[in-house]
Write a protein that binds this ligand. Structure first.
Ligand code: C5P
Length: 226
């Protein structure tokens, strides 16, 4: 069995408010997506890294990817949702049903190799698979459309789902064929009645979403190089 990474990068990043999709914004002289790809190709157990691009993506060819080496393959099969992008990729990659897939957000630039290793070590013998996640730290409020609090949601037992999310190819294909109304792969697996395992992650593996997130990501990556 092999470990294969899939990085869906076909989103528009509308919350970022920039014309350039967020995976191509500049982060320390490289596009945002470069950083997570660099981490994934450097994990010895990962044999292949597939990047899922929008069919009309004109940004990717503008950068030089040579430095990331031979594990990298692009697939121009991005869909309307993240689930569709992943589902399309699963249909065309060279993998067996028992191979493990690690699906990672292009925008989680500060993923560390150690986190990927911990995920693989914890789940490699697991019957279901799982994901990196972090316990919720803030008090959570549910609000109405006017911004008035309706309820406080108890945060005990609540976790924030991160990526990579790691499932066997056969299971993930079955799960995504069954439902695509989910915002992560684990959600599709849960819809089959299975319980993915949570693997404790670091806050640094956050998803670059808002404009101020870029400076924070730059700081984290820079501190690692020092
Ligand atoms: O929008 P969100 O931040 O949840 O996107 C998470 C990841 O899924 C990003 O890497 C984004 O590029 C990807 N995505 C995709 N195809 C879509 C929507 C999002 O590959 N249609």
């Amino acid at each position: 069995e092999r470990f294969i990474a899939i990085v869906p990068a076909a989103g528009s990043g509308s919350r970022m408010g920039s014309e350039r999709p967020k995976q191509y914004l500049d982060l320390l002289g490289k596009p945002v997506i470069w950083h997570a790809l660099q981490t994934l190709v450097a994990v010895p157990r990962i044999s292949q890294v597939y990047v899922v691009l929008a069919p009309d993506d004109a940004w990717w060819p503008q950068f030089d990817w040579q430095l990331l080496g031979g594990k990298l393959t692009t697939l121009h099969v991005g869909g309307a949702t993240r689930a569709a992008s992943v589902s399309n990729a699963l249909a065309c990659i060279d993998a067996a049903d028992e191979d493990w897939l690690l699906v990672h957000d292009a925008a989680r630039a500060c993923l560390s190799g150690a986190q990927v290793e911990a995920l693989i070590d914890t789940l490699a013998d697991d019957a279901v698979g799982g994901l990196l996640a972090q316990p919720v730290a803030d008090t959570l409020k549910r609000a109405d459309a006017q911004g008035r609090v309706c309820a406080t949601v108890p945060r005990e037992q609540l976790w924030q789902a991160q990526t990579p999310q790691m499932f066997r190819r056969g299971l993930l294909r079955r799960a995504l064929a069954h439902t695509d109304a989910v915002t992560d792969e684990a959600g599709a697996v849960e819809a089959l009645g299975l319980q993915p395992r949570l693997v404790a992650a670091e806050a640094s593996n956050f998803k670059i979403t808002w404009p101020q997130d870029l400076a924070l990501a730059a700081q984290i990556l820079q501190a690692r190089e020092d």
